[in-house]
Design a protein around this ligand. Sequence first.
Ligand code: FAD
Length: 611
Amino acid sequence: MDAPANPAHGIFERFLRAGECREVLGCFEELCRELGLQGRGLQLYHGLKAALNYWSAKALWSKLDKKAGHKDYDQGTACASTKCLVVGAGPCGLRVAIELALLGAHVVLLEKRDSFSRNNVLHLWPFTIHDLRALGAKKFYGHFCTGTLDHISIRQLQLILLKVALLLGVEVHINVQFNGLIPPEGKAGGQGWCALLQPSSSPLSHYEFDVLISAGGGKFVPEGFKRKEMRGKLAIGITTNFINRHSRAEVEVAEISGVARIYNQKFFQNLYNKTGIDLENIVYYKDDTHYFVMTAKKQSLLKKGVILQDKADIESLLSPENVDRDALLSYAKEAANFSTNYRLPQLEFALNHRGLPDVDMFDFTCMTRSENAALVREHNGARLLLGLVGDCLVEPFWPLGTGVARGFLAAFDAAWMVRRWAAGTPPLEVLAERESIYQHLSQTSPDNTNKNISQYSIDPATRYPNINLKAIKANQVQDLYLVGTVEVDHKRKSDNRLSTGRTYEDLLSWCQASTAGYRGVEVNDFTTSWTSGLALCALIHRFRPDLVHFESVDPQDPIQTHQMMLDVAEQELGIQPVLSSIEMATMAEPDRLGLITYLSQFYEAFKTSSE
Ligand code: FAD
């Protein structure tokens, strides 16, 4: 193809092809600079469209325009005054951000990492393929679902969705971690809900929002949501990726879209007889890599020396010390070779983001789901709607590959909820409707969702047959409306985060209680009470007297004191500094959030000792 004459066209073409997260963001920034475009949201989208008016770009605009023209979005005005924060740039966070942008909301999305590195491959239901095509997926990734393929690597999916999100004016920030909520302070301080972020110097710390959608994956669920464990029989999953050289021989090898033991006893028996490998199921997809996911039986992992010692508790069973990595690599390779009839030549492991062979073993015995899909918080008169999507709502069983399909359904449901919220629907009604819809999620399959996938929209009625949006009544969800300070259940299993408004207040009380009685220490706030350095010394001394000699600390040299404490905390407790010793010793108001972030790490480290 000839290089486009207009430099902006060249940058746009690079943006379309970009294959790394940072490259995508860099090209997009360059493009906006080149075109002199500022702003966000659909306004930015219209600016891009007007400026990039050549054939290749126009094909994409026509797809996105068709999408944006759907009646649910009210021409991008349905949520025009709603400010949303989305946590996590996994497929589900990105997908929900796109819907919120189409509804006209101001959408900020944050992601703690700066790369998309998962080679593993997701199974796509027909509606997800249709949905992604309608977002122009092929324009960004030419191989998207060619022929009969119905899968995509996680990283390619993220790249496609990131590009669409940017074009629709979503503000994406990488290397920013969400650590919890800061409630509005009322008249004296901020009027809206803010996020506690790392780094705290992020300008986003001042972003006030009224909707938070958490899409932080299975390990990240914001405070306030209760988790339910779904315990099944022991299930140990192994994933592995091999380099795909796209040779003729490789192309000819058939994929395995899912063989379960109950359907093909002979295959598994032969595998066992020949190799000693005993599996419940196996899936093989050919994508950027040759990807295999299998569920292995514990006894065969023990026999083949992959697991060193049998242990009752699954966490110890699969802990790195109890796994022989080389044996795991051989196990995965042997299973891959056998199941493809040894026809994939020279299988060579693809590397993961750590530069190691991309093989992992996971426990699926116990998966969690959230009891509720949404809740509302109110503090000083300001309301915040919180919703979950993706793995942090329901953890999927990978060999079935349901994660992204159900994740997208939940993303649409969450967007519908925000639309209802923005329309002024009473909060309890919004919550009741969301819970009514959520009840269906875990049972969904391509067979029991509506067949007319081209009609799917964020409106649940287009997707779920005979859905009763009033199955749950407003009076049944009253406990999902949390006002003011609420007791926190610190013993929650998944609680390793600093969190919400109520914990923010708890943090202050905890600091006060932990430093009470120390000479020259009086904690009343998150600013001046800390400048001398004595409060921090006291806090560390209270839990680790071996690390600090409190009596010999010089109160006249706060910078030196802070430096010592920052170093001790980092080296001995693994607590990363957020502010410098000079900032800690001077503590201007803007550093307040930084100090909260920093102290919250102590809270997490010591809270069990103080209970
Ligand atoms: P994720 O894709 O997990 O994305 C969550 C994002 O949130 C991540 O990018 C994370 O960095 C970010 N994040 C988390 N906490 C914060 C925070 N506090 N602040 C800011 N950002 C945050 N499914 C399969 O079907 N087959 C597989 O083989 C398979 N392999 C997987 C391998 C790994 C290592 C993981 C983590 C998941 C895998 N899955 C697999 C699950 C699948 O990726 C998900 O179902 C799918 O990606 C949808 O997930 P999601 O968007 O909800 O969350």
